[in-house]
Design a binder for this molecule. Sequence first.
Ligand SMILES: Cc1cc2nc3c(=O)[nH]c(=O)nc-3n(C[C@H](O)[C@H](O)[C@H](O)COP(=O)(O)OP(=O)(O)OC[C@H]3O[C@@H](n4cnc5c(N)ncnc54)[C@H](O)[C@@H]3O)c2cc1C
Length: 394
Amino acid sequence: MNNKNILISGAGIAGTALAFWLKRYGFHPTIIEIAPKLREGGYAIDFMGAGYDVAVKMGIVDELKKVDINFSKVALVDKNDREQGSINYQKIKKFMNGRAMTLLRSDLAKTIYTALDKDIEIIFDNTIEKIEQNDKEVRVSFKQGSSRSFDLVIGADGLHSMVRKLIFGDESKFEKYLGYYTSSYTIKNFSTGNSEFAMYNFPCRQVAVYSNKNNATTTFFIFSFPEKLTYAHHDTEKQKQILREQFTGGGWKCTPLLNALDNTADFYFDSVSQIKMDRWYNGRIALVGDAGYCPSLLSGKGSTLAMVGAYILAGELKEANGDYQQAFVQYEKLFKPFMEKKQQSAQSFAKSFVPKSYFGIGLRNFVFKLMSVSVFSKLFIAQFRDKGLQLKNY
Ligand SMILES: Cc1cc2nc3c(=O)[nH]c(=O)nc-3n(C[C@H](O)[C@H](O)[C@H](O)COP(=O)(O)OP(=O)(O)OC[C@H]3O[C@@H](n4cnc5c(N)ncnc54)[C@H](O)[C@@H]3O)c2cc1C
């Protein structure tokens, strides 16, 4: 095997999944993560389709089942908490032949991380600052001072990837803003008293909550905004202020949810954006997950497709005996057309994701009621099956 020493930037879902497979195939992955420890937080993600298949291959499904949120239903409610329509989540599971879960992003990340071989070097609290490559190696300088050489570097460092910036250029060249901002955080000692995922809308805004068995509630906010807002990525106070401005006076549970903002440990706020690139690699450097092809939360697939990309990239490196030029070409050939379709359907969905008027909300509720009828639910759920993507056995 050639090019065995591989640096992965980012210990998120793509980075840890990639390290898992590379190690299994005889490579020596090293992970560098900017956060001081494994990151927590994020809301619930649907976990089915090709990502589920990768989890089966990794042997982590039993562990994931232990943290399956297992909603009773997804319910639309009005400002008085009266149900306006619902979909039985167990029915969705049945249509997917049981191969479906709802997981907290942090539970998925932690499960993959725990499954990693203990030999893998993981450097926390550090980041790449400079990358220079030639035909023999990649020389990487870290923020904490030192520099090291690797055979390959993979950017798995999310939507705001540093590797992408250093190698391919500024984020603005690749970002497609889909017209929304989203936020999520956990509130401890607060429960809605049931096990449903409840969603409430008022024009241009949606807020959803669900409570888990540990008397904690996870929130999910999304609001439409015509253009990108200006704030620093790490300025959480400013981000909380924006969220308050958007949802104060919104009714339903908005007041208690916003009141808890100052006591959360896992506040997340970001634009709903995609990353669209002509090429996912340059020389000895490639991108995986949100760094290269973020489909956005509107696809409902960011995390699972991060795992799928990692599986294919590692597998192709194995098949090519570490010949990165061959492997990167194959990785793109097998996965990029599929990802582009997923991004396209998320863009179409963006137009109607959060209704902009009370009429639109009424219409959406009507469609939602239709979806609770079997034949329509089957049609809706079919899109999560990831037809058109065949996972090779490497
Ligand atoms: C804390 C957090 C919360 C999230 N919550 C939501 C959510 O609520 N809703 C939603 O739609 N999506 C959320 N996401 C994004 C979503 O989880 C991703 O679409 C999905 O996980 C894709 O996986 P990924 O591994 O490509 O990227 P991510 O899961 O984003 O992982 C990227 C990793 O790279 C690390 N990293 C970033 N920059 C650097 C750097 N310069 N050097 C080294 N490491 C770096 C990050 O800390 C992170 O661990 C969240 C991401 C994070 C990190």
